[in-house]
Design a protein around this ligand. Structure first.
Ligand SMILES: Cc1cc2nc3c(=O)[nH]c(=O)nc-3n(C[C@H](O)[C@H](O)[C@H](O)COP(=O)(O)OP(=O)(O)OC[C@H]3O[C@@H](n4cnc5c(N)ncnc54)[C@H](O)[C@@H]3O)c2cc1C
Length: 307
């Protein structure tokens, strides 16, 4: 999230915040509430607003964030001195109260963010790079944009997409119809989620040795049969013969239709990149759904930290 500007105003700002409280929501989720005076300038864009979290590192301060181009300043640090930077979703921001909630997935000590949140206590400090409320134009980094009139919605993701899907679901109109599918590590990871009555919500807890996507991919296939297939048949559209993502690196697995398609079906898929690729392949290659009706985002990659 490099510091693009709109006119002279930066679209994103580094916000210096401290942990105000943590709440263990379930075995795999911790909600961290950050507090900071400058959060009054944090734009409340809702939906799947992504942010960067810059983690404390070896006692280094966050001095580079004072540079006008903080990202360039971060990049020019020698790699061992670079504080880890990870991407998360705004679960809720309360600018007037100077508070920001982020729901972190705990996945052990294997990554700096998960390790940090596992030990976080009130008073811990870090930097969140987020949208600037003073920017006169849209700041971006929000991907939920179904075409007007989309009346069969599919939102599917793993635990890392639960915060984004929860915020999107709460913003759907009461008349919205479709299905939300959430694969999570454990049965007790089912969190409260507000969705309109016409949107079915299914939580898919993994058990034992099930891998990411083992439950979600078949559930997406079934949802596509119910929600998209009738329209595809009516339009006489067949499956794409070649996988157009064959050569795409999973680190780059991210596509949001510029002009979302218009037969009424729209899918938003996010989570582990290999799993997202399988879901997207099923929609476009096997079921013949038009690419312009599918937004897909590899949020993380199994076995590898982000580059
Ligand atoms: C737009 C966007 C929004 C996101 N929103 C959220 C969010 O709101 N909440 C959230 O928790 N995550 C979210 N993520 C995912 C998060 O950025 C990654 O999970 C990130 O890799 C975690 O960093 P880490 O330092 O803990 O682990 P890393 O250092 O990145 O990775 C270390 C190891 O852990 C593995 N790993 C990473 N994440 C997981 C995981 N969830 N489960 C199991 N293994 C994992 C990696 O494959 C790697 O082997 C989002 C990602 C994107 C791109």
């Amino acid at each position: 999230m490099s510091p693009k500007t709109r006119g002279d105003v930066p679209a994103y700002l580094p916000f210096h915040v401290e942990v105000s409280r943590t709440v263990r929501l379930s075995p795999s989720f911790v909600r961290v509430t950050f507090a900071g005076d400058t959060l009054c300038d944090f734009a409340d864009n809702g939906l799947d607003q992504r942010i960067n979290v810059i983690l404390p590192h070896d006692g280094a301060d966050f001095g580079f964030c004072a540079e006008p181009d903080w990202y360039q300043a971060w990049r020019s640090l020698p790699p061992p001195a670079q504080p880890p930077l990870r991407t998360y979703t705004v679960r809720e921001v309360r600018p007037r109260a100077g508070e920001l909630d982020v729901d972190f997935v705990l996945h052990g000590d294997g990554g700096p963010a998960s390790r940090w949140v596992g030990a976080a206590v009130p008073g811990d400090r870090l930097v969140v790079v987020g949208p600037n409320a003073r920017c006169p134009e849209p700041t971006g980094a929000v991907e939920w944009a179904p075409p007007p009139g989309a009346d069969r919605l599919l939102l599917a993701g793993d635990e890392t997409a639960v915060p984004a899907i929860s915020v999107i679901a709460a913003a759907l109109t009461p008349a919205a119809r479709g299905r939300i599918l959430l694969e999570v590590p454990e049965p007790d990871d089912e969190l409260p989620l507000a969705a309109p009555p016409g949107v079915e919500v299914a939580w898919l807890p993994r058990t034992g040795a099930q891998a990411h996507g083992d439950l979600l991919v078949p559930a997406v296939q079934e949802a596509v049969r119910a929600l998209a297939a009738p329209a595809q048949e009516a339009a006489g559209r067949g499956p794409e013969s070649l996988d157009d993502l064959e050569d795409v690196d999973e680190d780059e697995l991210w596509e949001i239709p510029e002009t979302p398609g218009g037969d009424g079906f729209y899918a938003w898929l996010a989570g582990e990149a290999g799993m997202v690729r399988r879901m997207r392949r099923h929609l476009v290659q096997d079921a013949g759904v038009d690419r312009s009706s599918v937004a897909f985002m590899g949020y993380w990659r199994l076995g590898r930290p982000p580059r």
